[in-house]
Design a protein around this ligand. Structure first.
Ligand SMILES: Cc1ncc(COP(=O)(O)O)c(C=O)c1O
Length: 376
């Protein structure tokens, strides 16, 4: 969290079940007024009643009560020591890579989100940092890639967009044997399906734009840490880069999280039904699904089928992003993975016939009917 405040000592309610934790968050009610919906503290600065008295709040770039409530909530849900809310998933990733010193080395999942790839290649490469992309499911390849200057593993599991799954527990064992940090981008699973810190990871990062907020209405990012020793680094990122999440946006994410336990199983059930239907489709040549969650990707037989699908869909929306209530179809080669070099894309199978779908919470029969009329 961004510095201590008079809300600092609170009951984390770690004894509650996960489905109750999402509803009751950190403080839940605001203790001074009793507001059940934690208020949006829309203020830039805080008044000091006298020369010697402060509420603990000074200036919203440093600490804001609404952002802190979201941070408390995420620390509880991911079972971490502390959490930090950023203005986007990219800003959260930038803060994580900000742990690197010049010339350090990172091992990442080979089909990582294109924006994460861009952070590495276009920003941190200029500081002399080096990056190796490996299939994180191949533990021997991961260990073989370790160098004396390696600082961390950065893993997406399942990966975006090929849905490859890695073993977090085993990766944590390897990382810690070599004195490295394990960072997991938990955007696709959320703590509803997967809590990497309980499996050995050191840091969890999220694009909260996706399932956590869940309604395609806000851009946000979260970092959760296991070791409180990392707090100072992330506080400094927010204080100095000024990339903390705004109060209203923090409130939107808090509100979204309250229904996470209702939405995630629905995304998952709907996706499983769509996967079963897609398996019967002759125009679908390759199908990727991690076996859990709402994300599916597949390859089609021809460009003609691709064009028809995107043009003829009626309910499903052609839009970049994922994890919201609406089913979205994305074209990775020009959208999410446009920054991934063409040779890497080709090797992974992100070609012009490749599409990704984020299954929403609509009636699954309507999702299938829409795909059917556009594919047939
Ligand atoms: C897995 C993953 N991580 C990080 C990001 C970046 O998040 P944001 O768009 O909130 O900056 C995304 C965005 O698509 C993503 O899919």
């Amino acid at each position: 969290m961004t510095e201590d405040c008079f809300y600092a000592n609170y009951d984390r309610k770690d004894y509650l079940h996960f489905d109750s934790k999402v509803v009751h968050g950190g403080l839940g009610c605001e203790p001074v007024t009793g507001a059940v919906s934690f208020p949006i503290f829309q203020t830039a600065t805080f008044y000091h009643r006298s020369f010697d008295i402060s509420t603990g709040y000074n200036y919203s770039r440093l600490q804001n009560p609404t952002r802190q409530e979201l941070e408390r909530t995420m620390a509880i849900l991911e079972e971490g020591a502390d959490a930090f809310a950023f203005s986007s998933g990219q800003a959260a990733n930038m803060a994580v890579f900000g742990l690197l010193k010049n010339n350090e080395h990172v091992i990442l999942s080979d089909d990582i989100y294109g924006g994460t790839f861009r952070i590495c290649q276009d920003i941190f490469s200029n500081l002399g940092c080096e990056f190796t992309y490996v299939d994180m499911a191949d533990l021997e390849a991961v260990e073989a890639a370790i160098r004396p200057e390696t600082r961390m593993f950065f893993v997406e599991t399942p990966t975006n967009p090929m849905m490859k799954v890695a073993d977090i527990t085993k990766l944590a064992e390897i990382a810690h044997k070599h004195g490295l940090l394990l960072i997991v981008d938990n955007t696709f699973m959320t703590p509803y399906f997967q809590r990497p810190l309980t499996m050995g990871a050191d840091i969890v990062v999220h694009s909260a734009t996706k399932y956590l907020s869940g309604h395609n209405d806000v851009i946000a990012g979260i970092v959760v840490i296991k070791d409180p020793g990392l707090t100072e680094h992330f506080q400094m990122q927010i204080k100095s880069r000024g990339n903390g999440l705004a109060p209203f946006d923090s409130w939107l994410v808090i509100r979204g999280i309250k229904t996470l336990s209702l939405r995630m199983p629905r995304h998952d059930q709907n996706a499983k039904k769509v996967v079963e239907w897609l398996k019967t489709q002759p125009k679908v040549s390759k199908l990727n699904y991690a076996g859990v969650g709402g994300m599916i990707s597949f390859e089609l037989d021809s460009m003609e089928t691709v064009r028809r699908l995107f043009n003829d869909l009626k309910m499903i929306l052609f839009a970049e992003s994922l994890g919201g209530t609406e089913t979205l179809i994305t074209y990775p080669i020009t959208q999410t993975h446009e920054s991934t070099p063409p040779d890497v894309r080709e090797k992974l199978g992100i070609n012009e016939r490749f599409v990704r779908i984020s299954i929403g919470i609509e009636d699954p029969d309507d999702i299938i009917a829409d795909l059917k009329q556009a594919l047939e």
